[in-house]
Design a protein around this ligand. Structure first.
Ligand code: TRP
Length: 331
């Protein structure tokens, strides 16, 4: 069975953008692959190092979200990044295989620096893609399902893996393949930026129906359409992007689109239908969230079990790595 590794930074609750970007693919893979989910607290600390309590709280939230969307803990191994010190070790060895210039060129990191207004970023933050390569390769994963924004990270991991095997004349690491969601990054309810907690433009799995309603009704649509009788634009319109992704009633969506371009439907109706579709999708996930919120011990046990399995894998990987780099002095 080929191995899959993916995961999240525990910086907040997950939202429907995460679903489109990667959660959906995780669920699809859990029956046919050995899936590992990393709770990337060390990576989260690279830009949150001064608020460790926030990361600690979100370890649980993030795991609960993954369980609630339907990942089965009997099949999927959840683990905590900081509990595997071998990842940090591997990162150090990988740093030699990446040029300084390449680290600074990473378009996703650049975008993050811009959106976070990070003028003088810590070294750890710009270097996090190297440690992400270690996250992937510590379990020698073959596949990495992620959103399109993670492409530069996967490319880096692939190149690091190739360099490592070539330079040290070994075959320790597979060349991991990125599995990108067909949909590009999901736009937020502001219609401007990628959906993201920090930009305040997300719909969360934990949102109540009232909050979902409020968010949907405040959504950005076609800015040129003032009256329901004005012909509207469907392409690139966030309300229709969401309809296409979350409304199971394809005929309804088709009908709304046809009427929208003709100026024969109000934004209110389009949004009301979207609200109904979204609550239908989110309600069962929210129920499961509540169950795990009430049973946190179960969640900690899932994390403990997964982490101890990965720890053994990681120790084995590091043995192979030390041997390859010829630093296995006291073996
Ligand atoms: N960088 C990813 C994100 O922001 C999270 C992540 C950390 C990850 N380590 C990973 C994703 C390893 C895939 C593989 O969403």
């Amino acid at each position: 069975m080929s191995r899959v590794l993916t995961g999240d930074r525990p910086t907040g609750k997950l939202h429907i953008g995460h679903y489109v970007g990667s959660l959906k693919a995780r669920i699809a893979m859990q029956d046919s692959h050995e899936v590992f989910i990393i709770v990337a607290d060390v990576q989260a600390l690279t830009d949150n190092f001064s608020c460790p309590e926030k990361i600690r709280e979100n370890i649980l939230e993030s795991t609960i979200d993954n369980l609630a969307i339907g990942l089965n803990p009997d099949k999927v191994k959840f683990f905590i990044q900081s509990a595997i010190p071998e990842i940090a070790e591997l990162t150090i060895f990988f740093m030699n295989l990446v040029t300084h210039a390449r680290v600074l060129r990473n378009p996703t990191v650049k975008q993050e620096l811009k959106s976070k207004n990070f003028r003088n970023p810590p070294f750890g933050f710009v270097a996090y893609p190297v440690s992400q390569a270690a996250d992937i390769l510590i379990v020698r994963a073959n596949l990495v399902p992620v959103g399109q924004d993670q492409k530069p990270m996967i490319e880096l991991a692939r190149d690091i893996s190739k360099s490592f095997n070539k330079i040290y004349g070994c075959n320790v690491f597979p060349i991991p393949i990125g599995v990108y969601s067909a949909n590009k990054v999901l736009v937020g309810i502001d219609g401007k930026f990628k959906m993201s907690k920090s930009l305040n433009n997300a719909i969360f799995f934990s949102d109540s129906d009232e909050i979902i309603k409020e968010k949907v009704f405040n959504m950005y649509t076609d800015p040129n359409r003032i009256h329901p009788t004005d012909p509207g634009r469907v392409e690139g319109n966030p309300v229709f992007i969401y309809h296409d992704l979350f409304n199971k009633n394809v005929l309804e969506v088709q009908d709304l689109k046809e009427r929208y371009v003709k100026g024969k439907v109000s934004d209110v109706e389009v949004k009301h239908r979207l609200f109904l579709a979204l609550t239908e999708f989110i309600a069962p996930i929210r129920e499961r969230r509540i169950y795990f919120e009430k049973n946190k011990d179960i969640v900690w046990d899932i994390l403990r079990t997964g982490t101890s399995i990965v720890k053994k894998e990681a120790e084995h990987t590091l043995e192979l790595v030390r041997e390859a780099i010829k630093i296995d002095y006291f073996k």
